[in-house]
Design a protein around this ligand. Structure first.
Ligand code: ZN
Length: 283
């Protein structure tokens, strides 16, 4: 199972919410903290967790209203935990947390399961794809930077994955749309430097640094490039642009699907700074 993964630097905190929602500390640990803490409620998808102490865990949620939330769940490992089941990966919850004004870890005070997507846990292939989604969300999102469209996309995709309306290209569609929502969308059409068309090439060198393919002229001297079939870039562009919307009707060769997975895995890995743990299970 994917654990809590590297977090990008915390963004500036939400001071304006502190002014209207400050409820003060309510736990022994919080009582020791002299900073104001705001109680915030939102929908949160569990995307990572790790042990913090013998009884507590740190949990990462992708929330709809506050971006990624990293919170201590006190007592999460006790037998009669108030969070029982709700902190498993890939669970959609309503969460309440105390938000630290200094950007430190939040404190989870309530977590109510809305949908545990139990179907994902009965099928290894579906579970692997769900865990890939969780890892991408955990790796590429930041705290205090809400992206409701990304949260809605994740819930839509996990629902489809769990309930059966999921095609071979659906995971790649999630990836390209998630990259778009996060502002990391690669350029799938034309050269990333001179913008000329890449027609007539058997293979196109793709640069993760530039997030684009390169023409014969511009590829000279570029490092960190790898070959991608032009058809793979067209396929990715079709998914990103919405041109390929009804995936039931899209026929794709195994080789093209594998090439697309390779492209997205390497690009997402370059953004995350390491190869995604779940890459080998969804290639
Ligand atoms: Zn060029």
């Amino acid at each position: 199972m994917a654990g809590l993964v590297r977090s990008p630097p915390a963004a500036p905190r939400r001071k304006q919410r502190l002014l209207r929602a400050n409820t003060g500390p309510t736990t022994p640990r919080a009582a020791a903290c002299t900073l104001p803490m705001a109680a915030l409620k939102t929908s949160g998808l569990t995307v990572g967790r790790m042990d913090y102490s013998e009884t507590s865990q740190i949990v990462a949620f992708l929330s709809r209203d506050h971006g990624k939330v990293r919170a201590i769940a006190k007592g999460a490992k006790r037998k009669r935990s108030p969070f029982e089941g709700a902190l498993d990966l890939l669970v959609l919850n309503e969460i309440v947390f105390l938000d630290r004004a200094d950007g430190g870890l939040s404190i989870l005070t309530a977590c109510t399961m809305r949908d545990g997507f139990p179907e994902l846990r009965r099928d290894l292939d579906r579970l692997h794809q769900g865990l890939w989604i969780a890892e991408v969300l955990s790796e590429l999102t930041v705290e205090a930077s809400p992206t409701p469209a990304l949260f809605d996309l994740a819930v839509e995709c996990l629902t489809a994955l769990a309930r059966g309306s999921w095609q071979r290209l659906s995971l790649s569609r999630f990836d390209v749309l998630a990259l778009r929502h996060l502002g990391f969308q690669p350029r799938f059409v034309g050269c990333g430097v001179c913008h000329r068309p890449l027609d007539g090439e058997e293979w196109v060198p793709f640069s993760c640094r530039l997030g684009a393919g390169l023409c014969r002229t511009c590829r000279a001297g570029q490092d960190g490039i790898f070959p991608v079939a032009p058809g793979t870039l067209s396929l990715a562009d079709g998914l990103a642009s919405g041109r390929l919307r009804n995936l039931d009707c899209v026929r794709v060769e195994d080789a093209a699907l594998a090439d697309l997975r390779r492209l997205l895995t390497r690009y997402i890995g370059s953004l995350a700074g390491r190869e995604p743990r779940m890459a080998r299970y969804v290639s």
